[in-house]
Design a protein around this ligand. Structure first.
Ligand code: BGC
Length: 247
C-alpha cells in the first residue's frame, strides 16, 4: 500500500463510527467501531486518532458528521448530544495534528460516494437518503451535490412526526416494528418526499441497505419512482467522505 496516496474517510454515526481507507481510489480497509466511551467530542476524536494509529495512517481525513454544519463548526447533532453544538472539529485536529481535515454532513458525504452508481446521474434529480439512527438527505441534482437539506427533520403534515421519528432504524428498534412494518413507514416518507420534491429516483444508504433483499421489493411495489440502494452499504458515508480530501 502506498500510504502517500491514501486518504481516510470517517462516518460518525448515531451508534458507531465507520472508517474507510482508500488508496488511489480503491478501498483497502473498512472498519466499524462501536462507541465504548460515550459520544462526546473528546471520545470520538480519540476514536479517530486510535484508528489512524491502528492503520499507521498520517494523511488527510474526510469526515461525515450526523448534524448541521456551518463554516466547519457543528451547529447541532441531535443523535450525539448537545456537547457538539458550536464545536469546531477541524480546528481540534489541525491544531494537534497539522493534517488536512475536512467535514461535511453525513448524508452529503454518502451522496458523494453514490453519485456514479446511477447511470446518467449527471442528467437526473436524485434524492439520496441515509437511513440509520436519524434520516439524512442530500440531492444530486443534474450532477451537482445540493448539501444541507435536512429533510429528516421535516414534520409530515398528516402524521405530526418528523420523517426520521416515523421511519428511522432507531424508531424500528424502539417500537419493535417488523421489517415489513418499517418498510411501509419508509414508503410513506418516500411518497411524501416524492410528491413534494419530484425527484427522478431515490438512492438509499445506511447499514440497513445491506439487508435490502428483505424489504426493497415491498418499498418498490409501493413507490412509483425507482428506489435504489448504495453499493457500499454501511460504508457509503465513510467512502464518500474521502472525496473531500482526495489527493
Ligand atoms: C440529522 C442529520 C443527519 C441524519 C443522519 C439527523 O438526525 O439531523 O443532520 O444527516 O440524522 O445521520
Amino acid at each position: 500500500m502506498n500510504l502517500e496516496q491514501s486518504v481516510l474517510g470517517v462516518d460518525i454515526g448515531g451508534s458507531s463510527v465507520k472508517f474507510s481507507l482508500l488508496d488511489s481510489g480503491e478501498i483497502v480497509a473498512n472498519e466499524r467501531v462501536e462507541y465504548s466511551n460515550g459520544k462526546e467530542p473528546p471520545a470520538i476524536v480519540e476514536m479517530i486518532h486510535e484508528q489512524c494509529q491502528k492503520w499507521s495512517f498520517d494523511g488527510s481525513i474526510g469526515i461525515g458528521f450526523p448534524g448541521k454544519i456551518a463554516e466547519n463548526t457543528i451547529v447541532d447533532a441531535p443523535n450525539l448530544g448537545a456537547a457538539w453544538n458550536g464545536y469546531n472539529l477541524i480546528e481540534d485536529f489541525i491544531l494537534k495534528d497539522r493534517r488536512k481535515v475536512e467535514i461535511i454532513n453525513d448524508a452529503d458525504a454518502a451522496a458523494l460516494a453514490m453519485a456514479q452508481q446511477v447511470e446518467g446521474w449527471e442528467g437526473k434529480d436524485i434524492l439520496c437518503l441515509t437511513l440509520g439512527t436519524g434520516i439524512g438527505s442530500a440531492w444530486l441534482k443534474q450532477g451537482e451535490l445540493l448539501a444541507g437539506t435536512e429533510y429528516g427533520r421535516t414534520i409530515h403534515p398528516e402524521l405530526g412526526f418528523t420523517l426520521e421519528q416515523w421511519a428511522s432504524v432507531r424508531t424500528m428498534n424502539e417500537e419493535k416494528l417488523t421489517i415489513d412494518e418499517w418498510a411501509l413507514r419508509l414508503c410513506t416518507i418516500l411518497n411524501f418526499l416524492s410528491s413534494k420534491y419530484k425527484p427522478d429516483l431515490f438512492l438509499l444508504s445506511g447499514g440497513i441497505t445491506e439487508d435490502a433483499q428483505a424489504w426493497l421489493s415491498t418499498v418498490q411495489d409501493n413507490v412509483a419512482i425507482p428506489v435504489l440502494v448504495s453499493e457500499y452499504g454501511e460504508f457509503t458515508g465513510s467512502v464518500g467522505a474521502t472525496k473531500l480530501v482526495l489527493v
